[in-house]
Write a protein that binds this ligand. Structure first.
Ligand SMILES: [Zn+2]
Length: 161
């Protein structure tokens, strides 16, 4: 029997960790030389690695604008979010060679969104037979080394237009 697959439910843990501060606004404001998990910056949106990945390379693309949501993006934001998600797929293919991807939006907590005030799209690489997922780490204050390395590889593999 196929298991219901809802990786982004883990996101609420990330939200709980960061208190009232919006993790997307915080990430967007990071200096270029201290990207933490920010992979790529566009004009209106950016890509950031999920701190609690369901799979290697699980990332998110968000507009810079707080209060953005799937149904209130302006045309240029919608275009760039989707363009960056497509570029992310290219980078993930180059680094991880996955068999497929889940790409999607969670709107509202009932749908699994951990952060409801700042719109974002998930891009999750999938491999044949990948029913297991990485455990959620107890120490959420420290970015694990493998994420730093993944961020670097994806950032280097990223090729935009
Ligand atoms: Zn925000």
């Amino acid at each position: 029997m196929e298991q219901l697959w809802a990786p982004w439910r883990l996101e609420y843990v990330q939200h709980a960790d960061d208190g009232d501060e919006c993790v997307f606004c915080r990430a967007a404001a990071l200096p270029e030389d201290e990207p933490e998990l920010v992979i790529h910056r566009g004009e209106l949106a950016f890509a950031v690695l999920n701190k609690f990945p369901y799979a290697s390379g699980h990332l998110m693309v968000a507009p810079y604008r707080h209060g953005s949501a799937f149904d209130n993006l302006d045309e240029s934001e919608a275009l760039e979010v989707h363009r960056l998600a497509a570029e992310a797929i290219g980078a993930l293919r180059a680094v991880f060679a996955p068999d497929g991807f889940n790409v999607g939006w969670n709107l509202g907590r009932v749908a699994g969104a951990g952060i409801v005030d700042h719109g974002h799209i998930h891009v999750v690489p999938r491999w044949n037979g990948d029913t297991n997922f990485m455990p959620v780490l107890a120490d959420v204050k420290v970015i694990p080394e493998h994420l730093v390395e993944t961020r670097r590889k994806l950032s280097e593999a990223w090729s935009g237009r």
